[in-house]
Design a protein around this ligand. Sequence first.
Ligand SMILES: [Zn+2]
Length: 268
Amino acid sequence: MADRIRSAAEALFRSQSAIALTGAGLSTESGVPDFRGPSGIWTRDPEAEQKAYRSYERFKKNPKEYWVERLTGPSLLGDLAGVSPNPGHLALAELEAVGILKWVITQNIDNLHQRAGSRRVIDYHGNAFKLRCASCMARYEPKDFDLPEMLQKGTLPPTCRTCGGIIKSDIVHFNESIPSDVSTLSLEAAVASDVMLICGTSAVVYPFANLPRIAKRLRRESSLPLTVIEINAEPTPLTEQGISDYLIQGKTGEVLPRLVAEIKKGSR
Ligand SMILES: [Zn+2]
C-alpha cells in the first residue's frame, strides 16, 4: 500500500487539475448511516425507502403536502448537524488549500466537505442543508423562509424570490434529474481532470457513475493523460472494468491523511 500511496502522491503533486469524486464510504466513517448497507437506513426501514421513492412525485402533485410531510415527519438522516467531518474530509480540504485539488464532486448530501473547509464542492445529489427553486435552480437556505410559521398559517410551499417558482429541498429525489448546472459543471470538471481520486464510492449509481467513465474515454481519445486512483475498502466495478488505474484498498479516513502527509514530505 505504501508504494501506491507514494505513486498517488506523485501523480497529485504533478497534476494540473486534480479532482475527487466522493461517496457514502467517506461519510460512514463520520457515523452518517448509508442507505443500503447492513445497517443502512433503508435496510432497517423499507417503508422509508418507499417514501423516498415517492418524494418527487409527491412534490410535483402536491407541493404543500410534500412540505408538511417534510416539516412534521422524522428526518431521514437523523441529526446530520450532529455529525462531524472525519480525517478523510479534512485531508481533501487540505489538498484543496495547498492548490492541488480543484473540485470535490460528492454524492453525499451531508455538507461535511463544506464543514471540513472545502470550498469548491459540487453537491451532485444536492445538499440536505439547502433548498432549490424547481424552476430556476436558485439555491436558498432553510432560514431564508419562516417555514414553521408557513406551516402554522398554511402558506406552504415557499416560493422563489427570483422567479416565483416553487421551492423544494435541494436533495435530488428519485426520478428527479440532476440539476443542469450541477451536471454541466461536473462533466466539465471530470473531462478537464488529469488526476481523479475516487473515494468511498463504487460509482454504480448513474448518472454519477458516468463521470469517470466518460472522462476516461474522452481523454484517451484526445491522447490526454488521466490517472484514476480509487481509495475504497473493497474492489468495485471501476477496479474490475479497468476504469481506475489502481486501487488503494483501505478506509478513506486513514488513506487520505497518509496521502497528504506523503505530498508534504515530497514538497519539502
Ligand atoms: Zn426560481
